[in-house]
Design a protein around this ligand. Structure first.
Ligand code: PEP
Length: 243
């Protein structure tokens, strides 16, 4: 089974318009390897400008989408609207689960809405430190995966991406060991069932150029979701080069 690696940069609520354009230009000017998909997720307000600055071979996405198609949902952006600008979307990032109280069920509906609109969702799952220390990580992550799989129904597994992001590793500098990342990604793959071998599963959490290769060497880690290190073109490109 060969799954094409994906390196995704989540810029979160960072970058001025000029920063975003400079970052997009630096990535566009780089010599990217042919064997890897590269994607960036700027703040939604910059997506259109970044799209114009970005090379054709770099995927572009939003950091969230609505589960609804249209209507009276102030402040939300529909997947079909995003589809006019980009081809991917992150759903269920732990910062949205935490700050916007997004439930497993809502994250599943967002993934389904993205797929229905023709976007590739990267659906995030991951446990808190408290849950890990209580030995409940697989239970919690398993339920998150089940909600996504149930919501998206029989969509071919190659059309969506999952990201394992342990909450305690995001933005903390405390990355998961490559063995722990492999073990959870293998668990997630088995939980998906028949489509498991076709799904790309990323690891995310304090990935930097120095640890990227160790994750990518794992059998069930098909790429990386990168936060902080995606804001510096040289670091992000070094992570891409680790594929
Ligand atoms: C993220 O935001 O998805 C993330 C993994 O952040 P960081 O790489 O900064 O830990």
């Amino acid at each position: 089974m060969s799954r094409r690696p994906l390196i995704a940069g989540n810029w979160k609520m960072n970058t001025t318009r000029n920063d975003a354009l400079a970052l997009a230009s630096a990535l566009t000017d780089a010599d990217l390897p042919q064997n890897v998909d590269v994607a960036v997720f700027p703040p939604s307000i910059w997506i259109e400008a970044v799209r114009r600055a970005l090379g054709q071979d770099i995927h572009l996405g939003a950091q969230d989408c609505s589960a609804e198609v249209k209507g009276a949902f102030t402040g939300q952006v529909a997947a079909v609207q995003l589809r006019e600008l980009c081809d991917m979307v992150i759903v269920g990032h732990s910062e949205r689960r935490r700050d916007a109280y997004e439930s497993d069920e809502l994250v599943g509906r967002k993934a389904a809405a993205a797929l229905a609109a023709g976007l590739t969702p990267i659906a995030c799952v991951g446990e808190s430190l408290e849950v890990r220390e209580a030995g409940e990580a697989e239970n919690v992550v398993g339920s998150q995966v089940d909600a996504i799989v149930q919501a998206i129904g029989d969509v071919p597994a190659s059309e969506f991406v999952l990201a394992y992001e342990p909450i305690w590793a995001i933005g903390t500098g405390r990355s998961a060991s490559s063995e722990d990342a492999q073990s959870m990604c293998a668990f997630i793959r088995s939980r998906i069932g028949a489509g498991g071998p076709d799904v790309r599963i990323l690891y995310g959490g304090s990935v930097v150029p120095d640890n990227a290769g160790a994750y990518l060497a794992q059998a069930d880690v098909d790429g990386l979701l990168v936060g902080g290190a995606s804001l510096k073109a040289d670091q992000f490109l070094a992570i891409v080069a680790a594929c």
